[in-house]
Design a protein around this ligand. Structure first.
Ligand SMILES: NC(=O)c1ccc[n+]([C@@H]2O[C@H](COP(=O)([O-])OP(=O)(O)OC[C@H]3O[C@@H](n4cnc5c(N)ncnc54)[C@H](O)[C@@H]3O)[C@@H](O)[C@H]2O)c1
Length: 464
């Protein structure tokens, strides 16, 4: 088994601090720190936009809040809604938020007259729709975490209201903002592989990540969040739709939850790893190994502790969700799923989400009439069928320096915020690639894929 530590975890998530080996003779993609400083010099804001964080957890605080901490000339957080006192106070202190703008829950933000340019909605999935509708009705622009909402009808309500109010709504499809995927898009749009014929795309979730987020954690139960194809793979449907650049017409899907179920619990296992489980030492999913010994996934990613001493961790494992045996949880989301998408002009796309891998980072192969591209988020290879030449790009350097250690998804979190503050400041949605308008269709691909999966793979038409 892979030893799971912070380094592995960061690499899986595409976070900056991991240093990866350089590729010989590879072109570096835009070196982000320099590009960032250059761009900022060219594009400074006259004054920072103001925003309210709704849900100051992993995303609200760690991704977007940190951007505000590091870029006070661009965004000022003037209010926070967060029920967990420690998280609310942490944000209030960092941004010097007055008492009357510190709220226990999102509803209270809208009891007051509009007091900021935008809201950042980073609440759990089932709490996107109501605050999003309220925010739009109150005249706010919005950074909205994915999934947009739990049903297609709710997504549509948000879209219609956003249009009516002419609000800027950025959906946090962060992959679109990474140098890696931008480079792929650039190669395709320049016609360098001709017309796309087909795509193969794999999302290797990594097994401990699966157990953390999609078995024990917030996204394990589809009714409380969304099905896996939305909660995890909406990034994939989104990036596929964006890269192909044409509408998706049909989808079929298969998949199930193979491993993490009661019936697979080994003899001697107990409902918590700390309950004297007889097989704990041999189990790859031992919470004691993951959180206490390897210190992976702790501190930041939803499993947030006030102190990292062993007794605090063990106490949390004895009582909290992350100490539960992976075979005795309330999870129902799939651990493997395949989808076939047919796009306009007969472009075929196969997508596979797989939990049972020891590695993360998406693998993508795009086949075109004049060339092809393959990549694994570290390395990108473009073969030109006309010249016979192959060019390699190195994605490992794109997100170092300039406080980028805070920013996940290969710098995508950073560049999403960079574009969002400018879209709001200049009232210019064109600054964003993932507006709600641009993000809807890939959500529909996900909803229809799930429908197909529940109907034994029946082919579903997509009509938007
Ligand atoms: N874009 C991405 O790549 C990405 C990655 C991870 C998660 N997400 C999405 O971001 C959202 C937040 O996820 P997270 O990992 O930050 O979860 P989290 O649990 O760490 O944060 C959610 C926060 O919302 C707070 N909250 C709960 N009820 C609230 C209420 N009534 N009013 C205000 N705040 C409330 C919680 O206390 C918590 O602090 C989810 O929708 C998730 O799917 C997106």
């Amino acid at each position: 088994m892979t030893t799971w530590n912070r380094r592995n975890m960061l690499k899986t998530l595409g976070i900056a601090t991991v240093s990866l080996p350089l590729l010989a003779n590879a072109d570096k993609m835009q070196a982000r720190p320099d590009a960032l400083l250059e761009k900022k010099k060219r594009d400074p804001l006259k004054k920072p936009i103001t925003a309210v964080i709704i849900g100051a957890g992993s995303r609200g605080w760690l991704a977007y809040g940190q951007y505000a901490v590091n870029n006070p000339d661009e965004i000022k957080i003037v209010g926070v809604a967060e029920p967990i006192p420690y998280r609310r106070e942490r944000a209030a202190k960092a941004f010097n938020i007055p008492k009357d703008k510190q709220f226990v829950t999102w509803e209270h933000v809208f009891d007051q007259a509009k007091f900021a340019d935008a809201v950042i909605i980073a609440t759990p999935d089932h709490l996107h729709y109501a605050p999003a509708m309220e925010a739009l009705n109150s005249g706010y622009d919005m950074l909205l975490e994915k999934a947009i909402a739990q049903t297609w009808d709710e997504c549509n309500d948000i879209l219609q209201l956003a249009k009516k109010k002419q609000a800027i709504v950025a959906v946090c499809h962060v992959l679109r903002y990474t140098s890696y995927f931008r480079k792929i898009k650039e190669i395709i749009d320049a016609g360098e592989i001709g017309d796309i014929v087909s795509v193969q795309h794999l999302e290797p979730v990594e097994r401990i990540h699966m157990s953390h987020s999609f078995v024990r954690g917030n996204w394990g139960n589809s009714k409380q969040s969304t099905p896996m194809i939305l909660s995890k793979s909406c990034h994939d449907t989104d990036i596929l739709r964006w890269l192909v650049g044409k509408p998706c017409k049909r989808v079929s899907s298969f998949g199930s939850l193979s491993l993490f179920q009661e019936k697979n619990a080994p003899a001697g296992s107990t409902s918590r790893c700390t309950d004297g489980c007889k097989v704990e030492r041999d189990c790859p999913y031992s919470a004691i190994k993951i959180y206490k010994e390897h210190r992976a996934w702790g501190q930041h990613f939803n499993f947030e502790l006030r102190s990292a001493d062993e007794e605090t961790i063990l106490n949390e494992l004895r009582t909290g969700p992350y100490g539960r045996c992976v075979y005795h949880c309330d999870n129902d989301v799939v651990d493997h799923q395949i989808c076939n998408f047919e796009f306009e002009d007969d472009i075929t796309v196969s997508f596979s989400m797989e939990a049972h891998t020891h590695y993360g980072r998406r693998r993508t192969r795009i086949f075109g009439t004049k060339g092809d591209i393959s990549g694994d988020q570290d390395r990108l290879v473009h073969h030109n069928a006309i010249t016979g030449k192959t060019k390699e790009y190195d994605a490992s350097q794109i997100n170092s320096g300039d406080n980028a250690a805070f920013y996940g998804h290969g710098g995508g979190d950073y560049w999403l915020m960079y574009d969002f503050v400018r879209a709001v400041a200049y009232n210019d949605p064109e600054r964003l690639t993932s507006t709600i308008q641009a993000s809807m269709e890939s959500h529909l691909m996900g909803f229809m894929a799930e429908k197909s999966r529940l109907k034994n793979g029946k082919v579903m038409e997509i009509d938007i």
